[in-house]
Design a protein around this ligand. Structure first.
Ligand code: ADP
Ligand code: MG
Length: 584
């Protein structure tokens, strides 16, 4: 039966609008998160409650169950380190709990607070309800971590039908999906604490992630630490003598110094230690020298990704830079040398991923989203065992790692290796089941252990076949078979699952709803007050008295609840703080 009344069509459209609401793209980063939406003029970033594009992925909770997200949380973290969490994205999908004061949260829940804050900001900015989001994740995120990200969105009250890989989103932001020819891209993403290289290939409108490599512990923060270390070394300060607050301040000072290199060949490092203002001037050349070891670490993943994708550097059509740390001059210079060509930086490296996610969101609405082939069907780490290596002349070296299923192997996969007895009359063989990339067994993660009995015999006469089978559901089956006796032992290792039903999500959402995000309209005032508190702690004597007076003046204005008065007092306070901070 057809309904032809135009009235009904109208109603349908309204209903659709009511049901759908706005859909946005979100880059949920390890260091910074941001949202974007699609307009007639293309994708645009949505500024947050403080008017900034980036919201630091930091969460803090106070004694009144008030949640702070972003810059305010970071400022709170300097004053109350035990109530603040950051870099939790690294633990996404795991059962690890983060302590915030007397409360505990998983990475997924902390991420949901960041998403809630972004959703609120987007709704205030767009003046309409935001109900749905496309959220980006690293290309190497497996199914478990993608599902956890999706749940984080759901806990924040967002429908998340689509998760997109970060390099794919960046490629879309660069308009690569519009290319008609087969094209190969390298996406170089250096964020705050992670480095990801991805090789993508566009083939008949499908973007395929051909290989990913990287370093989960390399990013802009390391380039900050270099400055911190240099400062401590030159000032002959032992970091162990500093309390956690001072260390926090020191890190902040180092970050400011790093940003100072943006427009100058030298930068100043200023920090108050034990009440004494210390200052150091660092030149770009000196900084570059200190960064050498870090730059060296960048080279290898780039080579590895090319090798894994079986693509030559000269076959790459476009190199795209993503991530805040690619804005560092030292990094840029290094990249040009490494790739022997200028990368494409026409889209802001902070924003590319969010903008791409917003384009994908809009295309999804129109049922023409870019198709992505992702790497969830490869093993993202190496699985192996521990062996003793014969160095000749009766010298044996234990503790070596023997890979069985190598990283980036297409799964399901099954591989068998044969191992022999080491000593005469050996009666047992133990297989340590390990995960990781290190040459040394001890540096890799121990997943389990299997021991079999072997008949006593001369060294090397007895052997076992070890078979690893790894499947799509992240289940590893290890089988050890003694060749001479036929005895078989098996062990199944499942990654810790953290599945939740829709009802459980709803329940947890209600449980978390008592935690309210700090009201948007008071955010700037709160941030200012926290900054004052920090300055107060950092200073002494007269300065303290001035700050104390300024805080009281501002609090009085806040108490009047008169918007005009509050704004006036806020501008006065900002001015006063600026002068004070300059004096430091
Ligand atoms: P993530 O993807 O991990 O969330 P981002 O892409 O936002 O991280 O990058 C954050 C890093 O970029 C930080 O270490 C920050 O210091 C660095 N960064 C941001 N802007 C600049 C800049 N102008 N110069 C140098 N480093 C910068
Ligand atoms: Mg990022």
């Amino acid at each position: 039966m057809y309904e032809s009344s135009s009235d009904l069509k109208q109603k349908d459209i309204y209903k659709r609008l009511e049901e759908h609401g706005m859909i946005i793209g979100i880059d949920l980063g390890t260091t910074n998160s941001l949202a974007a939406y699609f307009t007639e003029d293309g994708p645009k970033i949505i500024p947050n409650r403080l008017g900034k594009n980036l919201t630091p992925s930091i969460v803090s909770v106070d004694e009144n169950d008030q949640i702070y997200v972003g810059e305010t949380a970071r400022e709170r973290g300097l004053l109350y380190p035990g109530t603040t969490a950051q870099v939790f994205k690294r633990s996404m999908g795991s059962t690890k709990k983060f302590d915030l004061g007397h409360k505990q949260f998983t990475a997924e829940e902390l991420s949901s607070f960041v998403l809630r804050s972004l959703k609120e900001d987007a709704e205030a900015y767009l003046k309409e309800e935001v109900t749905e989001a496309v959220i980006s994740v690293p290309a190497y995120f497996d199914d478990k971590r993608r599902k956890a990200t999706k749940r984080a969105g759901e806990l924040a009250g967002l429908k998340v039908e689509r998760i997109i890989s970060e390099p794919t989103a960046a490629a879309i932001a660069y308009g690569l999906y519009e290319k008609t020819k087969n094209t190969k891209f390298l996406v170089f993403d250096l964020g705050g604490g992670t480095f990801d290289v991805s090789i993508l290939e566009l083939f008949q409108n499908i973007l395929e992630v051909r290989a990913v490599a990287g370093d989960n512990y390399l990013g802009g923060e390391d380039f900050t630490d270099v400055l911190e270390k240099l400062f401590l070394q030159k000032k002959k300060i032992d970091v162990d003598t500093l309390d956690s607050k001072t260390r926090g301040m020191l890190h902040k000072a180092a970050e400011e110094c790093k940003l100072g290199f943006a427009d100058s060949a030298k930068s100043k490092f200023t920090c108050t230690i034990d009440g004494k203002a210390e200052e150091l001037e660092i030149t770009q050349k000196e900084y570059e020298e200190q960064c050498e070891p870090l730059l060296d670490k960048i080279r290898k993943p780039v080579q590895r990704s090319l090798a894994d994708a079986h693509i030559k550097l000269s076959d790459i059509n476009v190199v795209v830079l993503v991530g805040g740390a690619t804005r560092l001059q030292v990094v840029k210079n290094f990249i040009i040398k490494l790739f022997r060509k200028f990368p494409d930086t026409s889209v802001h490296p902070d924003e590319a991923v969010a903008l791409g996610a917003a384009i994908q969101a809009a295309m999804k609405e129109r049922n023409q989203a870019v198709k992505e082939v992702i790497l969830t069907d490869v093993c993202s780490f190496t699985l192996g065992t521990e062996v003793t290596v014969n160095r000749g002349n009766g010298r044996y070296e234990s503790g070596h790692y023997c890979p069985i299923i190598e990283r980036n192997t297409v799964i399901p996969a099954s591989r068998t290796e044969r191992f022999y007895t080491l000593h005469d009359d050996q009666s047992k063989i133990t297989i340590n089941i390990l995960q990781g990339e290190s040459r040394f067994a001890a540096n890799n993660l121990l997943l389990g252990e299997l021991t079999v009995n072997v008949p006593k015999n001369r060294a090397g006469e007895e052997s076992v076949d070890v078979t690893y089978t790894y499947d799509i559901n992240s289940i590893l089956e290890v089988e050890v078979k003694v060749l001479s006796t036929g005895e078989v032992r098996k062990q199944i290792i499942k990654s810790q699952e953290n599945e939740m039903t829709d009802e459980e999500i709803q329940e947890r959402m209600e449980e978390l709803s008592y935690l309210k995000i700090h009201p948007r309209d008071q955010e700037e005032n709160k941030l200012l007050l926290l900054r004052c508190e920090r300055l107060y702690e950092e200073s002494m004597g007269d300065t303290r008295r001035i700050i104390d007076m300024e805080i009281r003046k501002f609090e009085e204005a806040l108490n009047t609840r008169d918007r005009g008065k509050i704004e006036e007092a806020r501008e006065d306070l900002k001015l006063a703080l600026k002068e004070l901070e300059e004096d430091f």
